[in-house]
Design a protein around this ligand. Sequence first.
Ligand code: URP
Ligand code: ZN
Ligand code: ZN
Length: 463
Amino acid sequence: MSLLIKNGIIVTSSDTFKGDIYIEDGIVKEIGENLNYNKNKTEIIDASGKYVIPVGVDVHTHFNLHVGNLVVNDDFYTGTIAAACGGTTTIIDHIGFGPQGCELRYQINKYHSYADNNAVIDYGFHGVIQHVDNDILNEIEEIVEEDGINSFKAYLTYDYKIEDEDIIKIFKKLKEVNGITAIHCENHGVIQYLRKYYEENGLKSPIFHSLSRPEETEGEAVNRMINIAKIANYKDLYIVHLSTKIALDYIKMARENGQELYVETCPQYLILDESKYKLPNKEGLKYIMSPPLREKYNGIALWKGIRDGYIQTIGTDHCPFSFNNDKKLGKDNFIKCPNGAPGVEERIPLIFSEGVMNGKININKFVEVCSTNPAKIFGIYPKKGTIAIGSDADIVIIDPNKEVILSSKDLHSNVDYSAYEGIKVKGYPIMTILRGKIIVRDNKFIGEKGDGMYLKRKTTRGR
Ligand code: URP
Ligand code: ZN
Ligand code: ZN
């Protein structure tokens, strides 16, 4: 069956125009007006008054994540259904830590066993580097080549934090193979000191999660990575989940000095703020994530950073631990609360509403940061991330007049809360199309388990 989407307002990262899109065999075949099509085998979708955009590419999710004895509530089936219902048809998931000393491939194989035949949208993986030696460095090269994984994450905190001496080795290796290093930037030593201090002094409510990770812990770590990347002459540093103005200031300084790098932020840092940690009934635990929510002025600076082009992508860091079973482990001590919050389904509606409808960014910038740039940076453009002849027909139709009050009861993630409960959004996805097949209609998932395809990613990318 072919599809003809008629009369919509088609938006890409560079253009906005009224027209029709003809889709055959999962690919965009024609764009224009009065297109020819076979009337017997074409479904016509009337998109008058609606936006027709290349669907979301979320390059920061955590499905099936195991942390200690806990596992997040979304696997690749439920998590990708939630993504699809929110207007996302491609995710790149961050592989979680494996057993100490394991090779990179150990976790990659495990993640294929989680995702293959389960995901309902297209997917890829970022490798995770939890220690560095010659074997790991050689393996990176093999994996980029054989598995189409061109990006690897290193953490500067948590159990498998990577020291600067090893960070420079990673940068040099990934420079050789044209790969991206995604880094979780927080200063581990200071955070450890403050967590211990607060715990020993009986200061254990959720706000102390935030106070134990001050803005400067991100600022310092971001600046350190920028400087190490400069020393290594490495241009593909990708800073994940940026949350602070101070770190953004270091990024601006680097850019003004001619250094290239990529930066991601997330809806929670743009829309929520630190006051959530003071909610009654332990609800602050829902927002325990790292880096933490910040004071409001940071969000204002991040929106400006998006407008000015210092921030290239918005991912979600979707990491859905259950509130009742997992997050409440921290009810008497924030340190016992697992880190992370859901958001894969809410990203597109929130950024469309807060960003486009409230005038913080224009609609082309919205497409650029939610779809085109992530696809370009991670090597899947122009197959993904745009509407162009020959691209995958991954399209979402947004009704700008549909108002929705976000609530976990209407969302599709398998978790028992939404970090955005009660927020009213204006504009909502009403149809999601994956490679020419309608998989969501009016908030109802109608696709198939296992229809998602693994994306082998290229090492060429546009800046
Ligand atoms: O708190 C968070 N962000 N949990 C997920 C893991 C990470 O750091 O991205
Ligand atoms: Zn992280
Ligand atoms: Zn994450």
